[in-house]
Design a protein around this ligand. Structure first.
Ligand code: SF4
Length: 208
């Protein structure tokens, strides 16, 4: 198996620090993590812009808003019926918890388990919120990560937990490293490790 730290160092040397996750507030980051399910980020950006213009880019505002209104505003992100409900579900849970600042009183494991019990919050979404909003050390696994580990024969497993475990057991437990590594894998996937890979010019070709 290629050394995951060497891969990180190579990606960092090429792409640099990514300053992820894109978003100005904790709410915006979590809203983005929910909306990005099954859609491209550019569509999420349009939906977030609509929410901002309507003063609804916060969970306290979403909690009080009519679901029909949210559906219209987030429609560029696709699956808007489900996603409006997911935003409402999360807003309701967060409201009852007392907001993001109160969540820091809970253990990361407890928070992960609670997040996964909210309808519409899967492992990737939960870990994105845990890592980028709550600074909990969970490595985020997305489609780009799967592509990388499969193409480099790091594992043949497609199971979220197994892929996550490989990263968490083979790189230091470091929140900033986790954040930037995931962001770099996304950058790699958008630039070189596309559906049709550009291995001949990719910085990771030496790891094949
Ligand atoms: S494009 Fe090729 S060399 Fe680059 S990460 Fe993907 S499989 Fe590896």
């Amino acid at each position: 198996m290629p050394d995951l730290i060497s891969i990180y160092e190579k990606l960092f040397s090429v792409f640099g620090h990514q300053n992820w996750w894109p978003g100005e507030t904790e709410d915006e980051i979590a809203i983005g993590a929910i909306l990005t399910q099954n859609t491209a980020w550019k569509n999420v950006e349009k939906a977030i812009q609509n929410l901002k213009q309507a003063n609804l880019c916060s969970f306290s505002a979403i909690f009080s808003a009519e679901e029909e209104r949210i559906k219209k505003l987030i429609s560029p992100a696709g699956f808007f019926n489900s996603k409006a409900q997911y935003l409402k579900n999360f807003a309701s849970w967060l409201h009852h918890k007392g907001g993001f600042s109160r969540l820091k009183e809970y253990s990361c494991r407890k928070l992960r388990s609670e997040l996964l019990s909210i309808k519409g919050i899967g492992e990737e979404t939960a870990d994105s919120i845990l890592l980028y909003v709550l600074s909990c050390p969970f490595f985020v696994v997305d489609a780009y990560t799967r592509r990388l580990v499969h193409r480099h024969e790091i594992t043949s497993s497609n199971r979220y937990g197994e892929i996550q475990k490989i990263f968490m057991e083979n790189i230091p437990l470091d929140i900033e490293l986790y954040k930037n590594y995931h962001a770099l894998i996304v950058k790699l996937g958008k630039t070189y490790c596309k559906r049709n890979p550009r291995c001949d010019v990719c910085p990771l070709r030496e790891f094949l």
